[in-house]
Design a protein. Structure first.
Length: 366
């Protein structure tokens, strides 16, 4: 039996074979009558050495397969895809805007410095102001809208309209803060499955095909989804790209598009979705804990949807029921303002070049 790298791949040497070989070496060194019964000191020593050898064989097998796209994990996968020019997407912070209001009767100017912190009521998501502004009654500036960015990258910063209500940085003269629109764009570090699929798509295509364009676009840092619609009659392709820098996207399309094909690209428009939920919470937990858990579960479900992906009633219901604070889903209604899904088997169809976003989530705990 051949072990190690063979024509059939890597074959690790099993523990029993290692013990047999060590026993044979012991007999060759000490004579055929040497005591190798299980209770003998030499046998115990051989078994200890054999166990360590078996671990080394397992490590050798791991090293062998770490060089293959299909099997590599973690930093080993990073090294493999780097040979293709593909880099793992890092976590990105959510971004949006908040409107800050001057407190009634406050007459002194209030400066909102860059770095001022705002957040959700429970501090589950905290954001920094990225551009300064000033409130002052004498200039009739009673409200200002400023851009914000999540302090920590990740999907937890993707919150719906009205979720940001707290001035984390205390400041006199502030009457209130809120976000009229959802905060979006927050992503987690790309997992191995997604990275492996992107690298596979990028590695098996050349330029001049739809697959080539999609693979190359997905390799751009910050791009999380790509939807391509072909019109063979007009020799045209329309590409919708979520994330990434405009310049990089334009350059990549020009570098990979088929010759003679008109290509237009755009950003997905957002389809705001309203959720109305009624649940039974776990005894012993405060109502606000249940409410926030349900809102977070719905937000996470929406964040994971791709461009044009349908919202299924069953998918949202499952996400809610997976909440540790929920024991029963009493009622669920999902609407885009025109269509309604309020029973299993129903769904909200999202236009092909748009992405679902959370408008409002109303949760009642019974």
């Amino acid at each position: 039996m051949n072990y190690g790298v063979t024509k059939d791949g890597f074959v690790p040497k099993p523990l029993t074979a290692i013990i047999d070989d060590l026993n044979a070496r012991a007999k060759a060194a000490f004579g055929s009558t040497v005591d190798l019964t299980s209770t003998s000191p030499l046998a115990k020593f051989i078994h200890s050495i054999a166990y360590e050898h078996a671990l080394l064989w397992q490590l050798l097998e791991d090293v062998y397969y770490s060089g293959y796209l299909e099997y590599a994990e973690g930093s080993n996968l990073d090294n493999v895809v780097a040979l293709l020019g593909v880099v793992r997407h890092q976590a990105a912070p959510a971004r949006g805007e908040v409107t800050i209001t001057l407190a009634p009767g406050y007459t002194d100017p209030v400066v909102i410095e860059t770095g001022t912190l705002v957040g959700t009521a429970d501090n589950s998501a905290v954001y920094r102001v990225t551009s300064p502004a000033q409130l002052w009654v004498e200039t009739d500036t009673l409200t200002v809208t400023v851009p914000i960015e999540a302090v920590e990258p990740g999907t937890h910063g993707n919150v719906g309209a009205g979720f940001i209500t707290k001035m984390v940085t205390p400041k006199s003269g502030i009457g209130g803060v809120t976000n009229a629109e959802p905060c979006t764009g927050g992503t987690e570090v790309e997992n191995d499955v997604s990275l492996r699929l992107r690298a596979a798509a990028y590695s098996f295509v050349a330029k001049g095909t739809v697959a080539a364009m999609r693979g190359a676009l997905l390799a751009i840092d910050g791009v999380s989804d790509v939807r391509i619609v072909e019109d063979t009659t007009l020799c045209k392709a329309t590409i919708t790209v979520l994330g990434g820098a405009d310049e990089a996207i334009t350059a990549t399309i020009e570098d990979t598009r088929p010759c003679g094909i008109l290509v237009e690209w755009n950003r997905p428009t957002l389809t705001p979705i309203t959720f109305t939920v009624s649940v039974t919470g776990v005894t012993g937990h405060e109502t606000f804990e249940v409410v926030e858990a349900v809102k977070s579960a719905i937000q996470s479900y929406i964040d994971k949807l791709t461009i044009g992906e349908v919202i299924y009633f069953s998918g949202v219901a499952d996400a809610i029921l997976d909440c540790p604070y929920v024991t029963r889903l009493e009622n669920l209604s999902i609407t885009d303002g025109t269509n309604v899904a309020d029973a299993f088997g129903e769904s909200i169809v999202i236009p092909i070049n748009t992405k679902a976003s959370v408008d409002t989530i109303t949760v009642t705990v019974v």
